[in-house]
Design a protein around this ligand. Structure first.
Ligand SMILES: CC(C)(COP(=O)(O)OP(=O)(O)OC[C@H]1O[C@@H](n2cnc3c(N)ncnc32)[C@H](O)[C@@H]1OP(=O)(O)O)[C@@H](O)C(=O)NCCC(=O)NCCS
Length: 399
C-alpha cells in the first residue's frame, strides 16, 4: 500500500476571553469553557457537516473533576457533535493545546483524519497548579529534578541567572510593551473576533457575560511595576507584573487536510510546515523554546532569518527575552507578539497554544509580506515546543 503525506491546514481558532482565577469564571465549570469553543467553531463553519469531524483532542494539565473524564470525548458530546465523533484528553502542561494540534495534525498528514478539533482548557482557579500531583520520590533523591524546579517562578529566576544581561528593568519594559500592545489591539478591534463570549453566573452578582480578557492592566508603566514584590526570591526579578498570572480559559482550533478543506469550502488560514518539541534542564524550563525552535527550523530546512512573524508565549518576560537574545532579535522587534501576549491576556496553561496559533493566523491575514511564522512556548519540567506555519496569503516576494 502506498502512502502520500498530506498538507495540514489551520482552518480557524477561537477562544474564550481569559479570566483571572477567582474572577469572571469563579463559578463556571472548566468543561463548559471548552464546550463553548467547540460549538463556536461549528457555528462559524456551517459548511462542515458535524459527522465529518474525525477527532476531538482537548488538553488539560490537571485532568480531574471538571477537567477529567477524557475531556475531549465528553466535551464533544456536550457540544452537540454526533456520538460517532471520538475524542481524547491530552497533557503536556503549558503546551497541551499545542500538542493536541501537532498530534492530530500528524494524524491528518498520515491520512487517519480529514478534519479535527484540537484545543485546551485550564481553570487554574478551580484547579491550582500542582493539584493532586505526587512526584516519584526518586525524581528528587536521584537528583533528576531539583524540587525547586517544580515551581515555574523559580525556574524563571534561574533563567535570569543564566542570562545576566536580562535585567529586571528589561523584563519590566517588555511587560509594559505587552500590556500596551494588547490594549491597542483591543482598541483596534483585533482581539474580539477570536473570542466567544461566555455567560457567567455568580451566586452574589447573578448572570453576566464575559467578553474581554480580565487580566489586561491598561496603564501599566515602569513605575507601577518597579515596586512589585518578587515572590519567588528575595530581591529577585520575577514579579506579578512581568509574569503571566493564574488564569482560566479555553481554546479550540479546526484543522484539516488541505484538499478536504477546499472541498468543504473551509478557509485556509495557515499551512503547517514543521514542529518540534525538545527537553532542557527542568531548572531553566523557560529556555525550552530555543532547542525546540532550532529543531523545527532544521526539519523545515529554514533558518531564523526566514521567519517573519513570531507568537511567543509570555509565561515570563525573561523566557521570551532569552529566546530573542539567543537569535539576536531586539526586545521590541515589531514582528514579535504584535497583539501583546500572556503577560497581558493571561495564560490558562493547556489552552494557550491555540491562542498563539489563532493570533499568528491574524498576523498572516494582515501581512502578505510574511511567508513563515512560528508559535513557540516553554513547558514545565524543562521542555519547549515550536510549530512553524506558512502564510497562504503570502504575496510571493522573496526577501
Ligand atoms: C507571579 C504570581 C505569584 C503573582 O501572584 P499574585 O500575587 O496572586 O498576583 P496578583 O495579581 O495579586 O498581583 C500581585 C500584586 O501585583 C500587582 N500587579 C500585578 N500586575 C500589575 C501591573 N501590570 N501593574 C501594576 N501592578 C500590578 C497587583 O495589583 C497586586 O498588588 P497588591 O498586592 O497591592 O494587590 C502568579 O501570578 C504566578 O505564579 N504566575 C506564574 C504562573 C505560572 O507559573 N504559569 C506557568 C508558566 S510555565
Amino acid at each position: 500500500m502506498s502512502r502520500q503525506l498530506r498538507e495540514v491546514v489551520f482552518v480557524d481558532g477561537v477562544r474564550t476571553p481569559f479570566g483571572k482565577a477567582k474572577g469572571q469564571y469563579a463559578e463556571t465549570r472548566a468543561d463548559d469553557l471548552v464546550i463553548k469553543c467547540i460549538s463556536e467553531l461549528m457555528r462559524r463553519h456551517p459548511s462542515l457537516p458535524p459527522e465529518k469531524v474525525d477527532e476531538v483532542a482537548i488538553a488539560a494539565t490537571t485532568q480531574i473533576g471538571d477537567q477529567g473524564l477524557t475531556i475531549g470525548r465528553t466535551a464533544a458530546l456536550l457540544a452537540g457533535l454526533p456520538q460517532s465523533v471520538p475524542g481524547f484528553a491530552i497533557d503536556r502542561m503549558c503546551a497541551g493545546a499545542m500538542t493536541a494540534v501537532t498530534t492530530t495534525a500528524a494524524g491528518i498528514a498520515f491520512g487517519a483524519y480529514d478534519v479535527v478539533i484540537a484545543g485546551g482548557v485550564e481553570h487554574m482557579g478551580r484547579h491550582p497548579m500542582g493539584e493532586g500531583v505526587d512526584p516519584n520520590p526518586r525524581i528528587v533523591s536521584e537528583k533528576i529534578v531539583d524540587p525547586e524546579a517544580l515551581s515555574m517562578g523559580n525556574t524563571a529566576e534561574n533563567l535570569h541567572d543564566r542570562y545576566p544581561t536580562i535585567t529586571k528593568e528589561r523584563a519590566d519594559a517588555y511587560a509594559v510593551r505587552s500590556q500596551a500592545k494588547t490594549v491597542a489591539a483591543y482598541e483596534a478591534g483585533k482581539i474580539q473576533p477570536d473570542l466567544v463570549p461566555v455567560a457567567t453566573r455568580s451566586a452574589e452578582d447573578g448572570w453576566g457575560l464575559a467578553t474581554t480578557d480580565e487580566p489586561v492592566r491598561p496603564g501599566t508603566s515602569m513605575e507601577s511595576l518597579a515596586g512589585l514584590k518578587t515572590p519567588f526570591r528575595p530581591h529577585g526579578r520575577v514579579t506579578a507584573g512581568n509574569a503571566a498570572g493564574i488564569n482560566d480559559g479555553a481554546t479550540a482550533a479546526l484543522l484539516a487536510d488541505e484538499e478536504t478543506a477546499r472541498e468543504l469550502g473551509l478557509p485556509v488560514r495557515m499551512r503547517l510546515v514543521s514542529y518540534a518539541f525538545s527537553g532542557v534542564e527542568p531548572e531553566v524550563m523557560g529556555a525550552g523554546p530555543i532547542p525546540a525552535t532550532e529543531k523545527a527550523l532544521a526539519k523545515a530546512g529554514l533558518t531564523i532569518d526566514d521567519i517573519d512573524a513570531f507568537e511567543i508565549n509570555e509565561a515570563f518576560a525573561v523566557q521570551v527575552l532569552s529566546l530573542l537574545e539567543h537569535y539576536g532579535i531586539a526586545d521590541d522587534d515589531e514582528r514579535v507578539n504584535p497583539y501583546g501576549g500572556a503577560i497581558a491576556m493571561g495564560h490558562p496553561l493547556a489552552s494557550s497554544g491555540v491562542r498563539l496559533m489563532t493570533q499568528l493566523a491574524n498576523s498572516f491575514a494582515e501581512r502578505p509580506d510574511a511567508r513563515y511564522g512560528i508559535t513557540t512556548m516553554c513547558v514545565g519540567i524543562g521542555m519547549g515546543g515550536t510549530v512553524i506555519w506558512e502564510n497562504p496569503n503570502w504575496n510571493g516576494e522573496t526577501k
